[in-house]
Design a protein around this ligand. Structure first.
Ligand SMILES: Cc1cc2nc3c(=O)[nH]c(=O)nc-3n(C[C@H](O)[C@H](O)[C@H](O)COP(=O)(O)O)c2cc1C
Length: 310
């Protein structure tokens, strides 16, 4: 039976049945979570970041709990695009929801080749281009920290694929609007933000940094106010849909991002604490839409000047 409350939204030409996605790297390739619940209930599934060749990632420890969040230094461990196509795509391609592949690279050519290989997959809905990972030696961070290189990498991926492109922005910048504008002018159909914020932790027994790379990426509730501010700023700067993320744990958090201007949201760290968080957030958004008697569309950006007449 069709759900009577319509909370579907459109991102980069893709209609999703509800605005809740999984954030890359926090949901693997979906299969493990498929044991807990029907992942076809999500709006869309975003895969773990993929690179052209397999990556072993960083040495342990990779995760460190912090007050109201966590630091991670996974280092983009992944099986590489070819193994993904062989081993993970058969499961993902059978899902009824859009699947978005998150891609990464150390060089522009790597991004391009990865995009080309994934573009052969019928049914892949979009590419999320990660120009913002803080846990790798080269590539990611540098691309997302400078408007010129953000433009170059998105432009190169644009040439390599006809799939919709979602550029995933780094919060580790002074002027996020400049990067957002560069990514859109290079051909991004949508933007997602934020990735993790660079942080550090020191082991006081060993008197040395916890992580082999010293710095790691902070996520979870601690980053939410920063993420919300950046989503607001980016919605001021560009006209493409924005997927908001960073510390979303409850449906109220998700609604805040939507009212700030996000068309959709992604749930990341909350998946580790409560695997069914995305489903609870979907139900909460539905109840909110019903309670307020407003359409999903009218909620997007409703906290911005002039749109709210409550
Ligand atoms: C363990 C872990 C792995 C992640 N891996 C990726 C990744 O491969 N690609 C990517 O674009 N973002 C990755 N992220 C960032 C998340 O997708 C998300 O942008 C960030 O964690 C903020 O959302 P949250 O506070 O809800 O977790 C990762 C985050 C975590 C915690």
């Amino acid at each position: 039976m069709k759900d009577s409350i319509d909370i579907s939204v459109n991102i980069a030409g893709i209609t999703i049945q509800n605005p809740v996605m999984t954030a890359s790297g926090t949901f693997g390739f979906g299969r493990e979570y498929g044991d807990f619940y029907d992942v076809n209930k999500l709006g869309a599934l975003v895969t773990k970041g993929l690179t052209l060749l397999p990556k072993e990632g960083n040495p342990p420890p990779r995760i460190w709990e912090t007050p109201a969040g966590m630091l991670n230094s996974v280092g983009l461990e992944n099986p590489g695009v070819e193994k993904f196509i062989e081993e993970e795509w058969p499961y993902l391609s059978k899902l009824s929801i859009p699947v978005i592949a998150n891609i990464d690279g150390d060089t522009i050519e790597e991004y391009q080749e990865t995009a080309e290989k994934l573009s052969t997959l019928k049914k892949l809905a979009a590419l999320e281009v990660n120009i913002s990972c803080p846990n790798v030696e080269k590539g990611g961070l540098a691309f997302g920290q400078d408007p010129k290189s953000a433009f170059e990498v998105i432009e190169a991926v644009r040439k390599a694929t006809n799939l919709p492109i979602i550029a995933k922005l780094s919060p580790n910048v002074t002027h996020i609007q400049e990067i957002a504008k560069a990514a859109v002018s290079a051909g991004a159909d949508a933007l997602s933000l934020i990735n993790t914020i660079v942080g550090a932790a020191i082991d006081i027994d060993k008197q040395q940094p916890v992580f082999s790379r010293t710095f790691a990426g902070l996520s979870g509730p601690a980053v939410k106010p920063i993420a919300l501010r950046m989503v607001w700023e980016v919605c001021d700067a560009v006209d493409v849909p924005v997927i908001g993320m960073g510390g979303i744990t409850t449906w109220q958090d998700a609604v805040e991002f939507i009212l700030a201007g996000a068309t959709a949201v992604a749930v990341g760290t909350a998946n580790f604490v409560n695997p069914t968080a995305p489903l609870e957030i979907i139900e909460g958004i539905k109840s909110y839409v019903k309670m307020k008697g407003q359409s999903m569309e009218s909620l997007i950006g409703a906290a911005r000047n002039g749109k709210n007449n409550i």
